[in-house]
Design a protein around this ligand. Structure first.
Ligand code: NAD
Ligand code: WQD
Length: 341
């Protein structure tokens, strides 16, 4: 059985679907701080299987320990549970350090005494900051974090490394995601942004459907091919599939290494304007936008060299961006049909 923390969240829910499709029984722990229980229905509509669900906070050691008592068959963990809003982390750093780090440390403590074979950790390309060279490999330098959120990812990677180097009886795979976008093609699950979206795709789809008047494109004077920021937008289902391979790798001891780090991206950088164009051509829907000031703290350009993940995991993110844009749009329309937004 696989424990998925934060499994009703955006990436977690897509990963639960892929785990179930691969035959793994799943138990989710989530405190529903940034997701909701209906996600379980969406997962069940896709796979026909309702995952086990425990509503609890991973920072609560008694709750985590109780969960292992109830599900003694847990062999692997995927730790998605975290607070993830960069801007909010600048306002509430203690909340971010406490939530993200205590969650991880509780899990590591329990793993050691419960016979769990490995933990997959959700890290981020944010650890590379503004890279000197693109694309970035796993060996590219880690830059000083520019937000408490980003710092929690760096510190978490260090905590895991220290615990494994101290001889912990389990393995870890650290996955550095680039920019996950899109939704399950069934539109049964997707990203549920809280309030006004800060991220590009939810803001774009909400604008396309008329919730927002126009999309502000933050800056057109960057030193890039068209002046707009460049990112590596990766389809969330492609991303989810990499987790299944990572889990399999730990449980079957495919690798000698006790700790491994992989970039999860497509290898293609797309500019913000290229993404807007891809959305419009894939859906036939126009997105009203205006060029606005640069957003403070934005990285100019970052995209992945995913060669290591491609070769070692035998995984590749190959969903065409147009398909991803259609899934994002279908999900936005589904939210409207359901009267959610
Ligand atoms: P999300 O907010 O949709 O999912 C996180 C889930 O964790 C939510 O359901 C939330 O309710 C739950 N949660 C938070 N704190 C918890 C706690 N203490 N106990 C139990 N549940 C808790 O976020 P997501 O986009 O699915 O991100 C998943 C992971 O991937 C996070 O660790 C995030 O930092 C990381 N990540 C995300 C992105 C991205 O752009 N979405 C990029 C890189 C890394
Ligand atoms: C993408 C591009 C914006 C909104 C964030 C986190 C990072 C990682 C992924 C977790 C940028 C532009 C955006 C808008 C715009 N998360 N934009 N108008 O900043 O790459 O990364 O999510 O680990 O840590 O910082 O993602 O979607 O916010 O922005 O023009 O309304 O879209 O300027 O160039 P970002 P994003």
């Amino acid at each position: 059985m696989i424990l998925v923390t934060g499994g009703t969240g955006y990436i977690g829910s897509h990963t639960v679907v892929e785990l179930q499709k691969a035959g793994y029984p799943v138990v989710i722990i989530d405190n529903l701080s940034n997701s909701n229980r209906d996600v379980l229905d969406g997962i069940e509509r896709i796979t026909g299987i309702r995952p086990e669900f425990v509503e609890a906070d991973c920072t609560d050691m008694d709750a985590v320990s109780g969960l292992f008592d109830k599900y003694p068959g847990i062999k692997g963990i995927i730790n998605f549970a975290a607070s993830k809003a960069v801007g909010e982390s600048m306002q509430k750093p203690v909340l971010y350090y406490r939530n993200n780090l205590n969650t991880l440390m509780n899990l590591l403590d329990q793993m050691a005494v419960r016979g769990v074979k490995g933990i997959v950790f959700s890290s981020s390309c944010t650890v590379y900051g503004e890279p000197d060279v693109n694309p970035v490999t796993e060996q590219s330098p880690i830059k000083k974090a520019t937000s408490p959120y980003g710092n929690t990812k760096q510190i978490s990677e260090e905590i895991i490394t220290d615990v494994i180097n101290a001889g912990a009886p389990f393995k870890s795979v650290i996955l550095r995601y680039f920019n996950p976008v899109g939704a399950h093609p069934s539109a049964e699950i997707g990203e549920l942004p809280n309030g006004v979206p800060q991220n590009l795709i939810p803001f774009l789809t909400q604008t396309a459907i008329g919730i927002r008047k126009e999309l502000s494109v933050f800056g057109n004077d960057y030193n890039t091919r068209d002046g707009y920021c460049i990112r590596d937008f990766i389809d969330v289902v492609d991303l989810a599939k990499a987790h299944v391979i990572a889990v399999e790798r730990m449980l079957t001891d495919k690798s000698e290494a006790k700790i491994e780090i992989f970039n999860l991206g497509t290898g293609n950088g797309l500019s913000v304007m290229e993404l807007i164009n891809a959305f419009e051509s894939a859906t036939g829907v126009k997105v009203p936008y205006k060029i606005a000031e640069r957003r403070a703290g934005d990285i100019e350009q970052v995209w992945a060299d995913p060669t290591y993940a491609n070769e070692v995991l035998g995984w590749v993110a190959d969903t065409p961006i147009e398909d991803t844009m259609r899934s994002a749009w279908k999900w936005q329309q589904r939210l409207r049909e359901r009267g959610i937004m």
